[in-house]
Write a protein that binds this ligand. Structure first.
Ligand SMILES: [Mg+2]
Length: 161
């Protein structure tokens, strides 16, 4: 079970995820979690820094796609601001939504990275799809439930060997 939960790569922040390392591993498509990966739950807009980051990743040759479990309007807001396609209500760790995006873009799991802040949704989804699992630290643990979940994830926040 550990192998299905542990990430292949871990970074402190989204900014620290190196496009050249992803490209070196053959990644062409990056499926991005939104909440606490792109922005904390408490921030409602993407903002200039995130737009610049997305532009730099696309400039490096990576295709970005938002893959969010959020059921509200946040995915549309971020997708519009960042000019990216998106899927909401993705039900990660279910692999279905990620697989349908890969099929739509004709990209294989080996060429796809899933980037997110959660072990039991994002990382498990990545492993179930056969994608590169890239974990970042959640941006802000602003309530007790997020802190408890983070605590429960701690044993798996280590790189898969
Ligand atoms: Mg998240």
């Amino acid at each position: 079970m550990c192998a299905l939960l542990r990430p292949h790569l871990i970074y402190e922040t989204l900014d620290a995820v190196p496009s050249d390392e992803l490209l070196r591993r053959g990644v062409r498509l990056v499926l991005l979690d939104i909440d606490n990966t792109l922005a904390p739950y408490t921030r409602q807009t993407a903002g200039d820094a995130l737009r610049a980051w997305a532009e730099a990743m696309r400039g490096a040759g990576l295709t970005l796609y938002l893959l969010s479990n959020n059921k509200g309007t946040r995915p549309e807001t971020f997708a519009t601001e960042l000019d990216l396609p998106y899927v909401k209500r993705a039900k990660k760790p279910s692999p279905e939504a990620a697989r349908s995006i890969m099929a739509e873009l004709n990209v294989s799991p080996k060429e796809t990275a899933i980037v997110g802040d959660q072990i039991y949704t994002d990382m498990l989804c990545a492993h179930r799809c056969g994608c590169l699992a890239v974990l970042i630290e959640p941006i802000e643990l602003h309530n007790i439930w997020l802190r408890l979940r983070y605590w429960a994830e701690r044993p798996f926040r280590r790189v898969h060997s």
